[in-house]
Write a protein of this length. Structure first.
Length: 179
């Protein structure tokens, strides 16, 4: 086995990326504090070709050196929009007929490992603040909650890890349905 070189990976450039079909998911960051998490989420959104990233409230925006460190250029490839509040983003998503899921531990939440994406739907996932999670008023306006089953002593994953796990699962479901 030999590690692949950058040339052998055959990656597209930013201009080519912008022209590719996107996974019909919008990721919404609800007041994310850590710029390292924001940059990591940009990079994950690039990897799974998400439609867009909505940055809300106190979530920092590019250009920003701290975001750039972990995004590694993904702030240039991933479309993003800033909203003063997550509420504004939710209103926009509802106008555009997105099905909205908060990624949160909540009563009657759907377990990610058994959740099936509704067909022919545009999806938005809300990722919560590192300490407080998704705001209750945002959960109240969501179509449902999805949680990742966990079996250790800790009660949650890091928000960037959670985003990666959820996007991997959703990407595979969309890929299998030929998005």
């Amino acid at each position: 086995m030999k590690k692949l070189s950058m040339q052998e990976l055959n990656r597209v450039n930013v201009e080519e990326f912008k022209q590719l079909d996107k996974t019909p998911i919008i990721v919404v960051l609800d007041n994310i504090r850590s710029m390292n998490n924001i940059g990591s989420i940009f990079r994950t959104c690039d990897a799974f070709r998400v439609e867009a990233l909505f940055l809300c409230g106190i979530t920092a925006t590019p250009p920003n050196n701290e975001i750039r460190k972990t995004a590694l250029g993904a702030t240039e490839s991933v479309d993003w929009i800033y909203y003063n509040s997550t509420q504004e983003a939710i209103e926009e998503l509802k106008i555009n007929n997105y099905t909205i899921y908060a990624i949160e531990q909540a009563e009657n939440s759907h377990k990610l490992d058994s959740f099936k994406i509704p067909t022919n739907n545009k999806i938005a996932i809300i990722m919560g603040n590192e300490v407080e999670g998704v705001q209750q008023e945002i959960i109240n306006q969501s179509n449902g909650c999805i949680e990742i089953p966990q079996f250790g002593t800790k009660h949650s994953f890091n928000v960037s890890v959670t985003t990666g796990i959820v996007l991997w699962e959703f990407f595979n479901q969309f890929k299998n349905n030929s998005f």
